[in-house]
Design a protein around this ligand. Structure first.
Ligand SMILES: Nc1ncnc2c1ncn2[C@@H]1O[C@H](COP(=O)(O)OP(=O)(O)OP(=O)(O)O)[C@@H](O)[C@H]1O
Length: 363
């Protein structure tokens, strides 16, 4: 069964078009995360699903019904924002019960739903407290609890963790993962800037750029098989290294010459028409390794900066690309110093190649 369908959804503010035709089908019970650079239209799209923004053109359905003209209160959605917006003079219990009391639910039903939501979110012991006596993470859980009590068909989250400090973010993210498990039939749509939230919570990630969808897929598919340079650079942190290259031989395997002169053979096929064309070679920092004797050398580079984090060492290698250094993320502690020359290797299946238009040549 389908949860939310967007067909050629466009949005303009006056003369400025911010969404250029979004097509997306979200299954009932799916957890979908919207990511993309600031200003790409994530929040606008979410607010259009909520009914807080008009749809300029296109068709939107929720649960099989076209909702373009349906007001927010009748869409069966609940939304959790960055700012928790709790009533400061009401207890946690009353904050969560408020919407149901307005809707004239029976006292027993209100009590049942508040207690069930508090149980899911581990808020039972805080029900009599006022919001000011809670941490930021607990307050956000109350805001989520209030939304659960409305028993929505679709749950919308607009960067719900961005006001929390690092430790609370992790704890609350885990609460949201648990919430997803406990509400398997509820469709969830979540906007975030945070890679870890997107990678860990999503069934599918939607990558947006300048009001268009770049790619939709499960997190690891986007990580391992980005369709284009934009997604390759956007998913993963530190970002994928991109080295300008020229295709010197096309065929079942492709041979490229990296800027710097090194020749690399990739297990990626290319058409004869690619011969002689410019391309971009991609390798993730975590897919680079220091070459041992006998390993094929991908390239040799001089180390500019060493960041020893204990768990991993980040090496910034200079001279291979004009603007940004190549980054290598090597597990553990490495006896390497600034100025050392290091030979790197990588497994062929971890290499990426993009044509002159930025499209991946991997099938
Ligand atoms: N009410 C408005 N009037 C005019 N332009 C708007 C309005 N709301 C948003 N925009 C513009 O629409 C574009 C998309 O904004 P939106 O808030 O959806 O981006 P976003 O991807 O959520 O960004 P961020 O990650 O910074 O929150 C931006 O260029 C923004 O300036």
């Amino acid at each position: 069964m389908t949860g939310v369908i967007l067909k050629d959804i466009k949005k303009s503010y006056g003369q400025v078009q911010v969404l250029h035709g979004i097509d997306l089908e979200i299954e009932q019970g799916e957890f979908v995360v919207f990511v993309g650079p600031s200003g790409c239209g994530k929040s606008t799209l979410l607010r259009m699903i909520a009914g807080l923004e008009d749809i300029t053109s296109g068709e939107m359905s929720i649960d099989g019904h076209v909702v373009n003209e349906v007001p927010p209160s009748r869409r069966g959605i609940a939304m959790v924002f960055q700012s928790y917006a709790l009533y400061p003079h009401m207890t946690v219990y009353d904050n969560m019960a408020f919407g149901m009391r307005i809707a004239k639910e029976s006292k027993e039903e209100v009590d049942r739903r508040v207690k069930a939501a508090a149980e899911i979110l581990q808020l039972t012991q805080y029900l009599e407290r006022l919001p000011k006596a809670l941490s930021g993470g607990q307050r956000q859980r109350v805001a989520i609890g209030r939304a659960i009590c409305r028993d929505p068909k679709v749950f919308l989250f607009d960067e719900p963790l961005s006001n929390l400090d690092a430790a609370l973010r992790v704890a609350t993210r885990i609460e949201i993962a648990r919430l997803k498990e406990s509400m398997p039939d509820t469709t969830m749509i979540y906007v975030t800037h945070d890679q870890v939230e997107a990678m860990t919570l999503a069934d599918r990630i939607v990558v947006l750029s300048a009001g268009r969808i770049e790619q939709v897929g499960p997190p690891l598919e986007l990580y391992e098989r980005p369709k284009n340079l934009f997604v390759a650079r956007f998913i993963g942190s530190p970002a994928m290294n991109i080295i300008p290259a020229k295709i010197t031989s096309a065929g079942p395997q492709t041979v490229v010459e990296l800027s710097g002169g090194k020749s690399v053979t990739l297990d990626i096929p290319s058409d004869a028409g690619q011969q002689g064309k410019q391309a971009s070679f991609g390798i993730r920092p975590e897919d680079l390794a220091v070459a041992a004797d006998g390993d094929p050398c991908l390239f040799e580079g001089k180390v500019g900066i060493v960041e020893a984090l204990g768990e991993v060492t980040l090496l910034y290698i200079e001279g291979l690309t004009k603007d940004e250094p190549i980054i290598a993320k090597i597990p553990g502690i490495l006896p390497v110093n600034k100025g050392d020359s290091v030979r790197f290797t990588a497994r062929p299946e971890k290499m990426h190649l993009f044509d002159a238009d930025g499209l991946s040549l991997r099938q």
